[in-house]
Design a binder for this molecule. Structure first.
Ligand code: MLT
Length: 264
């Protein structure tokens, strides 16, 4: 694990392999180990950087909302610290919200995009209210209740019943998340901008992946992104829900590798 100091907080990251840089951004409420399978599969051909967003994993938390724009600036600062001018940037779910914010502000630093189980729309009013309730819940009770409520949406029923090691790993990631970090990200997601109008401006190759059974960011959201991003490919992954990169890691990695082969 490495650390870099960004605006007074320590941000943790891993840096594996060499080749074109692929920067991967985890979702909520996870950490950089979300990408273990992708690091293992790709670090023989790429420099794969996985980062703990502020408030998550081994990174420190900051006061107040962790906005998608702030987290995008953190990625740019991390790239500066590592002397990386441009990278292929990928994110899952909240990681995708951050990646879209990154593209909006730093398009010239993006070689290609990977958008996994994510969406361009902002929260609905109802969605915002739910997040505010979750913030209260986390502040009073910690992460366990949220983790148990989220699990059936993250994985297919089949995975939940037949792959206890996957369930344990995902639950562990969630319950280890610092409550103040999770609360900051919830507030940041609740106030995030709608990026639908950005999609038509994206002019880099883009791979969109989504689990067929993802109830959090359903296939339709990925279809919307695919229809508006000119140079995009959409892959719907069977037998996967929201955390498709772990649940069907082989298929996810195969698609990612095929995509990356055409990006220098
Ligand atoms: C995530 O996986 O990052 C979150 O479920 C996204 C969200 O809550 O909108």
């Amino acid at each position: 694990m490495n650390h870099v100091r960004i605006e007074n907080i320590q941000i943790a990251y891993d840096d594996a392999g060499s080749g074109p840089t692929l920067l991967l951004v985890h979702g909520y409420p996870f950490n950089r180990s979300l990408w273990n399978e992708q690091v293992a599969a790709l670090s023989n051909t790429h420099r794969v950087i996985t980062v703990d967003l502020r408030g998550f994993g081994d990174s420190e938390s900051s006061e107040g909302p962790s906005t998608m724009n702030q987290m995008a600036r953190d990625l740019a600062s991390l790239m500066d610290a590592l002397n990386i001018t441009t990278a292929i940037i990928g994110g899952l779910s909240m990681g995708g919200y951050v990646v879209l914010a990154f593209y909006k502000h730093f398009a010239d630093r993006v070689r290609a995009l990977v958008l996994a189980d994510t969406r361009a729309q902002a929260d609905t009013e109802e969605g915002r209210q739910t997040r505010l309730k979750q913030v209260e819940h986390i502040r009073q009770e910690g992460m366990a209740g949220i983790a148990d409520a989220m699990l059936p949406k993250l994985l297919t029923p089949e995975t939940v019943s037949k792959r206890p090691e996957v369930v344990r790993r995902i639950r562990d990631m969630m319950i280890r998340t610092k409550p103040e970090g999770a609360a900051g990200a919830l507030l940041g997601m609740a106030s995030r901008e709608d990026q639908t109008s950005l999609l038509a401006q994206i002019n880099v190759p883009t791979l969109i992946l989504v689990g067929r059974e993802d109830p959090i960011t359903p296939v339709e959201d990925s279809e919307t992104m695919h229809s508006r991003i000119q140079d995009s490919r959409l892959v719907v992954i069977e037998n996967a829900a929201h955390v498709s990169n772990i649940e069907q890691a082989d298929v996810f990695n195969q698609e990612l590798k095929a995509f990356l082969e055409n990006i220098d």
